[in-house]
Write a protein that binds this ligand. Structure first.
Ligand SMILES: NC(=O)c1ccc[n+]([C@@H]2O[C@H](COP(=O)([O-])OP(=O)(O)OC[C@H]3O[C@@H](n4cnc5c(N)ncnc54)[C@H](O)[C@@H]3O)[C@@H](O)[C@H]2O)c1
Length: 425
């Protein structure tokens, strides 16, 4: 694939190289000086933990020279990755590994005729648990028979959660941050994302979250967000496409604009996220061809089973499973797994429990549940449909995420987490 030689193309490959050659997980932050050439865009940076004062910056300076490559030129991405790989010598990789144990490293990437291409800060993350990334090669491999402690599969990783400011997304982001991942909280509601990112950083006692403004239904917005991600953390390991909306309505009366809106966010939005995530993850893979990454869509039980007077939503979720399967087939080559999780109802989340606009209030007022007089009656009605007698919670979904990340021998699946309400054939 042809790309332009820019810091946002270089950073994910460098992160891949660090995962592969230096055996270290780090964020790769592009310094603003990288954009010093006239006419280049300035470096936008997200709210987050790794903007440092100059005196706190890396002591260790390493220079890589990419022979024959000019900044802003168009070349094959594999050629760029090869040039980066060749320029990083074994002693340099060892020096980086040593230095990352105690602090940051500054990587100065130069091109032909001494042209500066990018100035990158490598910022170390928690040590990775690499056991689960190993593929079973022969039956009875004892070292791989015991499952790694599930939550450790995301430690030291960089994750993105769309719609991460509230509801399931916030529960997922919280769980990932508490398990040692750095988390991008990407939401259309930027103030809520920013305040939640601060909350997570103070809860975990480390700067563990970034907030970023995104409208998943807008390609331009998604493209801009991924550019900022590439320039701020370099790459990603786990992408949770969670942002979604629900507009219930009868087929007989629902306006087509409402149908379109739901599909623009839930279905086209997933395409937008998966496309830009796949481009970034592929670049990172060029530097780390053994490294598995994950795109996980938070789907719904309504993606597996029709939903009465809720066809816009159910259709968008069914369709997304077709996307998951197709993306999985295409991206397996780059070790990018693509799966969906289909949760049951999150009764305690805002979608159901918001006192003004929540589904419990709406269903009570519209008389949808025969004989219900209170919100508790409506809740009891829906809970009684679940064999396990309760709604779904964030930690239920998190366990499924950890399983899908840990399981490196599966892709293209839709995993129900419904307390037995939906059973696969
Ligand atoms: N709540 C449930 O019972 C339930 C059940 C099964 C599946 N799900 C799925 O889980 C996901 C999250 O649902 P929830 O109930 O937590 O939702 P929610 O309404 O509580 O939160 C959704 C979040 O997404 C953000 N958002 C909305 N539109 C966006 C857009 N265009 N771009 C970026 N961000 C946007 C919102 O600002 C909000 O922070 C959805 O995909 C939903 O379909 C929810």
């Amino acid at each position: 694939m042809k790309i332009k030689v820019t810091p946002s193309a270089i950073a994910p490959i460098v992160r891949g190289l660090m995962l592969s050659r230096a055996s270290f997980s780090c964020m790769v932050k592009t310094r603003p000086e990288s954009f010093a050439c006239p006419g280049e865009r300035t470096n936008e940076s997200a709210d987050g933990p790794i903007d440092r004062r100059p005196e706190e910056r890396a002591e260790e300076h390493i220079r890589l020279v990419l022979d024959g490559i000019l900044p802003q030129s168009e070349i094959e991405d594999a050629e760029l990755a090869q040039a980066l790989q060749h320029s990083l010598t074994q002693p340099q990789a060892q020096a980086i590994r040593r230095q990352l144990r105690i602090g940051d490293v500054c990587l100065d990437i130069m091109g032909a005729a001494g042209a500066s291409i990018a100035l990158l800060d490598l910022v170390p993350l928690e040590p990775l648990d690499r056991r689960y990334q190993m593929m079973v090669q022969s039956p009875g491999d004892a070292s791989l028979l015991s499952s790694a402690s599930r939550a450790s599969v995301v430690r030291g990783k960089i994750a993105l959660v769309t719609g991460g400011a509230q509801g399931f997304g916030a529960e997922i982001a919280r769980g990932l941050a508490h398990s040692g991942a750095v988390v991008w909280i990407a939401d259309i509601n930027l103030p809520a994302a920013q305040s939640f990112a601060q909350t997570l950083s103070s809860e975990t006692g480390t700067p563990s979250a970034f907030a970023i403004d995104i409208d998943v239904s807008s390609e331009a917005s998604v493209q801009r967000a991924f550019e900022i991600i590439a320039l701020t953390t370099g790459g990603l390991d786990l992408v949770i496409s969670n942002a979604g909306i629900l507009k219930a309505g009868s087929l007989l009366t629902q306006p087509v604009q409402e149908f379109r809106l739901v599909n623009e966010v839930n279905y086209v939005g997933f395409f937008n996220i998966a496309q830009h995530a796949a481009r970034l993850l592929r670049l990172q893979w060029l530097g780390a061809p053994d490294w598995f990454t994950d795109i996980i869509q938070i789907n719904s039980k309504s993606g597996l089973q029709g939903s009465n007077k809720n066809s816009a939503y159910a259709g968008s979720k069914f369709g997304s499973i077709g996307l998951v399967q197709s993306f999985a087939l295409e991206l397996v080559e780059y070790r990018i797994k693509v799966n969906a999780i289909c949760p049951g109802n999150f009764f305690d989340g805002p979608l159901w429990s918001d006192p003004q606009r929540g589904l419990f209030v709406q269903y009570l007022n519209s008389g949808k549940v025969p004989g219900a007089r209170t919100i508790e009656d409506v809740r009891a009605f829906y809970e009684s449909k679940v064999p396990m007698g309760r709604g779904c919670y964030g930690p239920d979904v998190l366990k499924a995420i950890y399983y899908l990340v840990e399981q490196v021998y599966e892709t293209g699946q839709a995993l129900p987490v419904t307390g037995g309400q939906v059973m696969l054939n």
